[in-house]
Design a protein around this ligand. Sequence first.
Ligand code: FAD
Ligand code: DLZ
Ligand code: SF4
Length: 508
Amino acid sequence: MVRLVLVLGDQLTPEIAALRHADKARDVVVMAEVAAEAEYVPHHPKKIAFLFTAMRKFAAHLREQGWQVAYTPLDDADNAGSIPGELLRRASEFGARAVLATEPGEWRLIHALQEVPLDLTLLPDDRFLCSHREFSDWAEGRKALRMEYFYREMRRKTGLLMEGDKPVGGKWNFDHDNRKPAKADLFRKGPPDAPGDPVLDDVLDLVEARFPENFGTLRPFSYQTDRAGALLVLDHFITHALPDFGTYQDAMLEGDPYLYHAVIALYLNAGLLSVLEICKRAEAAYHAGDVPLNSVEGFIRQIIGWREFVRGIYFLEGPDYVARNALNHERHLPSLYWGGDTKMNCMAQAIGQTRDLAYAHHIQRLMVTGNFALLAGIDPAQVHAWYLAVYADAYEWVEAPNVIGMSQFADGGVVGSKPYVSSGAYIDRMSDYCKSCHYRVKDKTGARACPFNLLYWHFLIRHRDRFQGNPRMAQMYRTFDKMDRARRETVLAEAEAFLDRMSRGATV
Ligand code: FAD
Ligand code: DLZ
Ligand code: SF4
């Protein structure tokens, strides 16, 4: 009897488990653009356009390979509006009772599939190096889960940058050589743009008509939308940017959104690239003498270390993870995150770039927009919904541990041992943003004091009971306690006044 083979928008890999286990001669592949997925958060229009175009091209590729594909565009009159609805509709159309699916990357959709009254086989998503079982075995009995130790296991497992059982270069981690600020360079080229095509044009018109209110600029659209294009981006990165990736990975520059970053997460997460092919390309460039060890190690760590680690955490911690709020932060996300005016240049740059490109690099996400939300005590559920909506690479399995865990410390320390907070000094050191800001990064108090400076102390004092005993934070408390009393009171009062103004809707 015919079976349905579900392929979701972020499962665009010909070797995905459900397709590997299906029978081309008998089964029907089901793909659907549905309102439920497009609207569970107000996704950036570029993210929707990227995914729908890539889905349509992938469906065409599968047909060329001999698959029967039942594809439902968003504007199809019969569109059932949700993945379960589409499965039921296709089941009655094809007389199917069974569904083969690869596990989705979100609890919401896993649960929705389990409710469908059809005979469901849910296969593990083996595009990842580490299965749920391996991760929980690794985590079992550990007092704290730290990425660095997990990463070493992944190095051993894959053999990447290994000489026998020893890490190449004698160390597992070369971050010590990284983290330099970058200088403007007119010759630094961003990833290659894709030329337009009729499939993309149709999708752009559809997205423009259906999602006119969503935050984000749709056109010009220049992301790649198929595997060949994603490979071009990877080639470009390995040749032009990887050599400097490590050194400048924390740098931020006005008008240079990509610097030496790969801009591949949207392709990798949608299934157009694979973890091992990316890492092997990077490793080969190192062995060919084209890339220094600090860069290649740092890059491979992000992919086989952080990316696999956060996925492990998401599935280990369970569906309630996204609702955690260990610091009891309840302030509303201010409108400046949705493009409202702000006088903070770092926020204007990171959010403006997000609006235009559905992209910001790691340090902008962590140390600008994430840092500000944490310092200001924003409700982590709202911060989570924002990140899930605005980035082209955002899916809950990867976004939530980065936001709820790494960035907002709302998981109470599962992902990180201390919160990532900093005053304006860090942003000033790593970027050129402060030079043209309304605020003065050197001012600690007063009308033009950098808000990050004020809020930094406010955060630490709000959470003194929780963090003062943390050996990595004790020095910060000693510094505060050494300030004279009047100054301490001024800092906290000005921080409070800033937060009040922001919450009342003033431009801050
Ligand atoms: P590069 O800087 O070139 O890094 C190379 C690759 O390493 C990335 O493509 C990505 O696959 C991987 N990587 C690096 N850091 C991480 C990490 N912390 N977690 C997982 N993978 C990582 N990444 C997403 O893919 N989706 C998200 O929704 C997402 N949300 C984030 C939210 C916050 C608050 C933070 C701090 C980080 C988030 N990240 C997310 C991780 C990281 O910022 C992005 O993967 C990266 O910016 C994507 O751009 P790139 O491809 O140019 O990455
Ligand atoms: C993100 C997304 C969007 C915007 N639209 C669709 C869609 O219409 N159809 C689909 O199959 N998948 C879509 N996705 C990706 C899913 O939301 C994703 O598979 C889950 O969040 C699990 O990672
Ligand atoms: Fe950001 Fe403060 Fe620098 Fe302005 S002065 S750009 S608010 S860190």
